[in-house]
Write a protein that binds this ligand. Structure first.
Ligand SMILES: Nc1ncnc2c1ncn2[C@@H]1O[C@H](COP(=O)(O)OP(=O)(O)O)[C@@H](O)[C@H]1O
Ligand SMILES: [Mg+2]
Length: 228
């Protein structure tokens, strides 16, 4: 089943006199359960592509579908509801709220989703346990290493039971050992919970672990590799 479909999508930015085709007539289908890496040099359009998939950026041309429904024409309130309930996000800089503990960072999502308190507690314990990070529950971001913060960010991304997780260079600030840990947790969630992952990276070691690699250059797909 198709989870993401892009048809002839383009996004143009103007920077002074310059016109930048950040995403250039790109078409793409991603099926439910895939574990996909988007790779390419800085400026190749990775972030813009992920932002178009989540509806954060509107394409100038083309159509964007999520679970069979067109989303590029949806109003902002519908898009934020979709992002809250069906999508999880992981960022290069972790982006945990500094004044909340690891547990509260994850709980915040469930609170926004309207999950009752007792259920929130149960779900958080379950996911932290699944990811092997229960000892981090009561720590504030500044009391954790980068690798630990990113593992908490993964818990936050999936605690709301999303269909898909979009991770923009999730390992860019991590050493190789922590990068491997982060990717293996993402893979475990993909395999055991069936969550679709799309992540961007320029790290060759990290892209190796993807089942499908989409190479971007100048906003276009240069080539694709699949491992079955
Ligand atoms: N908000 C913006 N305004 C102007 N140019 C942008 C903006 N966002 C991205 N770009 C440009 O679009 C191109 C693709 O950027 P981006 O999607 O961030 O690539 P990547 O994530 O692969 O580094 C780059 O040339 C970048 O400078
Ligand atoms: Mg980027």
């Amino acid at each position: 089943m198709e989870i993401v479909k892009l048809e002839g999508v383009s996004k143009v930015f103007k920077s002074g006199e310059e016109i930048i085709n950040a995403v250039d007539d790109l078409s793409l289908v991603i099926n439910r359960g895939e574990f996909v890496a988007v790779v390419g040099p800085s400026g190749s359009g990775k972030t813009t592509l992920l932002n178009i998939i989540s509806g954060i950026e509107k394409p100038d041309e083309g159509k964007v579908f999520f679970l069979g429904h067109r989303i590029d024409t949806l109003p902002e309130n519908k898009l934020s509801e979709l992002r809250l309930n069906k999508m999880g996000f992981i960022f290069q800089t972790y982006n945990l709220i500094p004044t909340l503990t690891a547990k509260e960072n994850a709980e915040f999502i469930l609170f926004l989703q309207g999950v009752p308190a007792s259920e929130r507690e149960r779900r958080i314990r379950e996911i932290f346990d699944f990811l092997g990070i229960s000892e981090l529950l009561d720590r504030f971001p500044k009391q954790m290493s980068g690798g630990q913060q990113q593992r908490v960010a993964i818990a936050r991304a999936v605690v709301g039971k999303p269909e898909i997780v979009l991770a923009d260079e999730p390992t860019a600030n991590l050493d190789s050992e922590n990068s491997k840990k982060v990717i293996s947790l993402m893979k475990k969630l993909n395999k055991e919970m069936g969550i679709t992952f799309i992540f961007s990276t320029h790290d060759p070691l990290i892209m190796e672990s993807a089942e499908r690699i989409i190479h971007l250059r100048d906003g276009k797909i240069l080539k694709e590799e699949r491992k079955d």
